[in-house]
Design a protein around this ligand. Structure first.
Ligand code: SAH
Length: 219
């Protein structure tokens, strides 16, 4: 059984302090990071790493996103209580668990079967209830659309049109887009049925988004 002690909570407070110094302002997001035990997603041997502001391997060639990136993307989403959110790239389940602190209405889809199974088990063991799916999220999750917010946690070559279609009017898509080396963080808002605005927020490095509208689209 995993435990969350004063020591872990102290490590999280220190992490939140760092995130604030790096420019994260949204108090609800900072509270969520302070609440979620990130060490639950790590092997016991890697406790120190769990509370460093770094990405870390989670197996299957994938990574748990850096806390700063999780906070930054969460902040860009401007989540309101009860917003319906789609996360593409469940991975470890950490970002999803952070989102669940901000709204109970989270859908998350993962392409990699072993990671999907592991995350699902994690949610079940911790009494968390996101809607979990296994499949290609580069096409979104049309069966449950529209979403108030969509967050992509893997680097995309382009903005998939399918994701724009699955936003509510007023909805927001946060997605890193670029080449294999770096991706620019984009926030796209559906201001009207057929009108979108795009804002850019600096460079990040994600593992590639696979699938039809991702890097395996041409195959
Ligand atoms: N949000 C995750 C970050 C995981 S890294 C976390 O908090 O840990 C990105 C994840 O996206 C990987 O697990 C990868 O398998 C997944 N992924 C890549 N392409 C995908 C696709 N087309 N659909 C769904 N998931 C995808």
């Amino acid at each position: 059984m995993q435990t969350d002690t004063y020591r872990h909570k102290g490590m999280r407070r220190a992490l939140v302090k760092q995130l604030r110094e790096k420019g994260i302002r949204d108090q609800r997001v900072l509270n969520a990071i302070e609440t979620v035990p990130r060490h639950y997603f790590f092997d016991k041997a890697f406790l120190e790493q769990a509370y460093q502001d770094k990405a870390f391997p989670i197996g299957e060639g994938q990574t748990i996103s850096q806390p700063y990136t999780v906070a930054f993307q969460s902040e860009l989403l401007q989540l309101k209580p009860n917003d319906k959110v789609l996360e593409i790239g469940t991975g470890s389940g950490y970002q999803c668990t952070v989102l669940l602190q901000l709204t109970p209405n989270v859908y998350t889809i993962e392409y990699n079967r072993p990671l999907f199974e592991k995350a699902r088990l994690y949610f079940r063991n911790h009494g968390l209830n996101p809607h979990t799916f296994h499949g290609d999220g580069s096409l979104g999750l049309p069966a449950y659309a529209p979403y108030d917010k969509i967050i992509v946690t893997a680097g995309a070559p382009v903005v998939p049109k399918e994701l724009l279609r699955q936003l509510t009017v007023g909805g927001i898509l946060v997605i890193p887009v670029g080449d294999e080396k770096t991706q620019r963080m984009l926030r796209i808002t559906r201001v009207e049925e057929n009108e979108f605005t795009k804002e850019e927020f600096g460079d990040f490095k994600f593992v590639p988004l696979l699938g039809r509208s991702g890097w395996s689209g041409g195959e």
